[in-house]
Design a protein around this ligand. Structure first.
Ligand code: ATP
Length: 448
C-alpha cells in the first residue's frame, strides 16, 4: 500500500527493473546519491517539466523563459550570500565515522545496532558542530589557483536575477512580470538519500516574479494558491498535500515570508517539502547592484518612478516532484480471477511515459501487421509501445506497472471489421473502437 515504509524500496526496485531510474556509475559501485534516468524515467520527468513550462511560461504573457548557464561569475555567490552563508552544521562521529547534519539528528540513524539516533548509543562520540558549505567548487581555465575558482550553481535563481534587466528590456515587459527557468543545481548535501528525494545533482524549476514593493504580499498569496493547484492538477492526492509556513526562526536571511508545499511520502519520511514559495523582498537585486555596481532598477513610465522590484519566488525540484508522482501513483491491488494481483502506477495520463501499448492477440492471421500499422499511425502523436510476447494478461501487467493508461488489442474480430479493444488502466473497462478513430479517441482521453 502506498504510504507504508517499504513503498520506497519497492519503487527503487521497480524503477531499476523497468527502466525509470538507475544508480549513477553502477558498474563502479555507484556514485553517492546521484541517479540516472532511464528510458521511461526521462519521459516521465520530461513530461513533468513540460507541464510546468506550459503552465508557467507558454500559457501566460507575463512570464518569460530563460536558460542561464550553470557556471556564473564567482562574485554572484558572494552577492547572493551563498559563499558566506550556504552552510549546514555538520557533526562527525569518531566511533562510527558517520557524518550527520547537526540540525537534523532526529531524522538520522546511527549505523550501530539497534537503530538509534546518532549520539544515543553509549559508544557514540560526536564532535562539536562545524559549518560546512554546500557549494561544489571547481576551477575555470588551466590554472588551479584560488583566482580561478568557480562554483556549480546551488540554485538556478541567481541566473534569473543577473538577467533581470536583459529580459525586461529585450522583451519590453512591465512590472509585474516573471522569469522562469528549468536547470540543474548542485549541492554537496551532508546527508543525501531517500532515493531521488535529496541528491547532490538535481533539477530545479524556478520562477521569479518581479513586483512593485507594497504589492508583494498580495502576489505571494496568489502564487501560493496557483502552485498548490499545479500539484493537484498533476494528480497528487489532495489529502497528501499540505502547506507548511516557515516560522520566524526558519525563514532564510532574504525572506519576508515563506511557505512550503509539502507532500506525504509515507513511511518514515512523512510530509516533506517539494516546493518553496518565497517572498525574497528586494534582497537579491539590491545585493547584485552593490556587488556589480550596475543599477538593477525598474523605471515605471506611467507613474514616472524608479524602484528595485520585490521578488516572489516559486522553486520546485523536478526530481522531487517525480518521486512524489511515483509514490502517489504506486498501488498494489487484487484483480478478480487473477490471484497474483497487480502493481499499478496510476500516473496522470499526461505524465505517463507511454500513452498506449498495442498488442496482437496472436502472432498470426494478420494481427501483428494490423497492430504494427496502428503503432506507426499513433507514433506520430504519442509515445506508444508494441508488445507481442507472453500471454495477454502478462502484457497488461507489464504496462500497468509502468503506468500506461491504455492498452489496445487487435483480436480475431479486428482484421474483419477494423475495430480494436481499448482497455483503461484504472477502471479495466474495455471499449470497442474503430481503428481509424483511435488517434482522436486517445487524444480526447489524454487531454485532461
Ligand atoms: P531542504 O530543506 O529539503 O534542503 P531547501 O529548503 O534547501 O530544501 P530550496 O533551496 O527551497 O530547498 O530548493 C527548492 C526546491 O528544490 C526544494 O523544494 C526541492 O524540491 C528541491 N531541492 C532542493 N535541494 C534538493 C536536493 N538536494 N535534491 C533534490 N531536490 C532538491
Amino acid at each position: 500500500m502506498a504510504g507504508s515504509p517499504d513503498v520506497m524500496d519497492k519503487l527503487v526496485s521497480l524503477c531499476k527493473r523497468r527502466g525509470f531510474i538507475f544508480q549513477s556509475s553502477e558498474i563502479y559501485g555507484g556514485t553517492g546519491s546521484v541517479w540516472d534516468y532511464g528510458p521511461l524515467g526521462v519521459e516521465l520527468k520530461k513530461n513533468i517539466k513540460d507541464r510546468w513550462w506550459h503552465a508557467m511560461v507558454r500559457s501566460r504573457d507575463d512570464i518569460e523563459g530563460l536558460d542561464a548557464a550553470i557556471l556564473m561569475h564567482p562574485r554572484t555567490w558572494e552577492a547572493s550570500g551563498h559563499v558566506a552563508g550556504f552552510v549546514d552544521p555538520l557533526v562527525d562521529c569518531k566511533t562510527c565515522k558517520g557524518r550527520f547534519r547537526a540540525d537534523k539528528l532526529e531524522d538520522a540513524r546511527c549505523p550501530q545496532k539497534p537503530s538509534k539516533q546518532p549520539g544515543q548509543h553509549d559508544a557514540c562520540a560526536l564532535t562539536e558542530a562545524r559549518q560546512f558549505n554546500l557549494m561544489f567548487k571547481t576551477h575555470m581555465g588551466a590554472l588551479e589557483e584560488s583566482a580561478s575558482i568557480v562554483y556549480l550553481r546551488p540554485e538556478t535563481a541567481q541566473g534569473i536575477f543577473v538577467n533581470f534587466l536583459n529580459v525586461q528590456q529585450s522583451m519590453r515587459q512591465k512590472v509585474p512580470f516573471g522569469i522562469a527557468q528549468i536547470g540543474k543545481a548542485f549541492r554537496n548535501e551532508i546527508t543525501p538519500g531517500n532515493f531521488i528525494f535529496r541528491t547532490r545533482e538535481f533539477e530545479q524549476m524556478e520562477m521569479q516574479f518581479f513586483v512593485e514593493p507594497g504589492t508583494d504580499m498580495e502576489w505571494f498569496e496568489q502564487w501560493k494558491q496557483l502552485r498548490m493547484q499545479w500539484h493537484l492538477d498533476l494528480g497528487l492526492s489532495p489529502e497528501r498535500l499540505r502547506f507548511h509556513q516557515h516560522t520566524a526562526g526558519e525563514l532564510a536571511h532574504y525572506a519576508r515570508a515563506a511557505f512550503d508545499v509539502t507532500f506525504d511520502f509515507g513511511g518514515t519520511l512523512g510530509y516533506q517539502e517539494i516546493e518553496g514559495v518565497h517572498n525574497r523582498s528586494d534582497f537579491d537585486l539590491t545585493q547584485h547592484q552593490q556587488f556589480s555596481s550596475k543599477k538593477l532598477e525598474y523605471f515605471d513610465q506611467v507613474n514616472n518612478k524608479r524602484y528595485v522590484p520585490y521578488v516572489i519566488e516559486t522553486s520546485v525540484g523536478a526530481d522531487r516532484v517525480t518521486l512524489a508522482a511515483l509514490v502517489n501513483a504506486y498501488r498494489e491491488e487484487t484483480v478478480e480471477g487473477e490471484p497474483e494481483g497487480r502493481v499499478v502506477l496510476g500516473l496522470h495520463p499526461a505524465i505517463a511515459p507511454i500513452k498506449a501499448a498495442v498488442f496482437p492477440l496472436t502472432k498470426k492471421d494478420g494481427q501483428p501487421e494490423m497492430a504494427q500499422a496502428i503503432v506507426s499511425d499513433l507514433r506520430g502523436a504519442f509515445p506508444v509501445d508494441y508488445d507481442e510476447s507472453g500471454s495477454i494478461g502478462k502484457r497488461y501487467r507489464r504496462q500497468d506497472e509502468v503506468g500506461t493508461p491504455f492498452c489496445i488489442t487487435v483480436d480475431g474480430q479486428s482484421t474483419g471489421d477494423q475495430t480494436v479493444t481499448v482497455r483503461d488502466r484504472d477502471s479495466l473497462a474495455q471499449d470497442r473502437v474503430d481503428a481509424s478513430q483511435l488517434r482522436g479517441y486517445l487524444a480526447a482521453k489524454l487531454a485532461r
